[in-house]
Design a protein around this ligand. Structure first.
Ligand SMILES: NC(=O)c1ccc[n+]([C@@H]2O[C@H](COP(=O)([O-])OP(=O)(O)OC[C@H]3O[C@@H](n4cnc5c(N)ncnc54)[C@H](OP(=O)(O)O)[C@@H]3O)[C@@H](O)[C@H]2O)c1
Length: 246
């Protein structure tokens, strides 16, 4: 949390906050007292539903359409935070895409999509967040345990994009350390969202805890990383996956 967080004007942005893990993070950060901006790509209704739930609970929230691959849109979203909510303390980069296929037959347009959303989008949202974040703030990415585990024979391209985030986070942590902004990467295993629809039972069989995770369990770790108690954690990729193995 930033040096000024106690002044009750703390704001957070969740890139990709309309559904799944991002929506859970938006709700959790609102419960933690942050005014929350959430971005979305296409699901305006679901983004509005997350925003309205926060507003009904007495929180402050806005929903902003912003494709993470579009530098102008991402900067607009960051500007909206300053304009409507206040100075930025926490930036959560959650937006991501998944495509599965063997490398031999992996469609080039799917390869480009994964690189665009999962690497270029993370890079652009990092770039836009850096000047806006207050000293002592938090930048948190949502990667994947596939960066360190062998996921599936069809998951190599997705895993490659999530491994790239590990290095971006390590480098940015060094760059922002002088401003006491921590930069960390949360690496979920299989979580119950639209992304894993229809795969839950098969995935659970490969997890020692015999279940897939819940979005709220990822949000709880993000909440901790955003808190002042986590001020000595930076450059880390933290895996949260029920002990997922081959
Ligand atoms: N679910 C899992 O098992 C799992 C495991 C490991 C890692 N992850 C990672 O966790 C993150 C969230 O996953 P999820 O399962 O919650 O996904 P999800 O249910 O598919 O939701 C994706 C979210 O990202 C937004 N989004 C997608 N592309 C975007 C773009 N180009 N620009 C802006 N927003 C975009 C979506 O907006 P719209 O609603 O408008 O489409 C939505 O809010 C992803 O980075 C994913 O790779 C998920």
């Amino acid at each position: 949390m930033s040096d000024q967080a106690e002044d009750k004007s703390s704001a957070a942005i969740v890139f990709g906050g309309s559904r799944g893990i991002g929506a859970a993070i938006a709700h959790q950060l609102a419960d933690d007292g942050f005014a929350v901006a959430l971005t979305y790509l296409a699901n305006a209704d679901q983004a509005a539903a997350v925003r309205d739930t926060i507003l009904r609970s007495g929180g402050r929230a806005i929903a902003v359409q912003a494709d993470s691959r579009d530098p102008w849109a991402v900067r607009e979203a960051i500007d909206a935070v300053a304009r409507e909510l206040g100075p930025l303390d926490v930036s959560v980069i959650n937006a991501g895409a998944l495509r599965l296929a063997p490398i031999a037959s992996f469609p080039l347009e799917d390869f480009d999509l994964l690189v665009d959303v999962n690497i270029r989008g993370v890079f652009l949202t990092m770039q836009a967040s850096i000047p806006a974040l207050r000293n002592g703030g938090r930048l948190i990415t949502i990667g994947s345990n596939t960066a360190i585990r062998s996921s599936s024979p069809q998951g190599a391209v997705y895993a490659m994009t999530k491994a790239a985030i590990v290095k971006l986070v390590e480098g940015l942590a060094l760059e922002l350390a002088p401003r006491r902004i921590t930069v960390n990467n949360v690496q979920p295993g299989p979580i119950e969202t639209d992304l894993t629809a229809g795969m839950a039972a098969a995935l659970a069989e490969r997890i020692p805890l015999r279940r897939i995770g819940k979005p709220a369990e990822i949000a709880a770790l993000v909440s901790f990383l955003a808190s002042s108690d986590a001020g000595f954690i930076t450059g880390a990729s933290l895996t949260i996956d029920g002990g997922f193995v081959l």
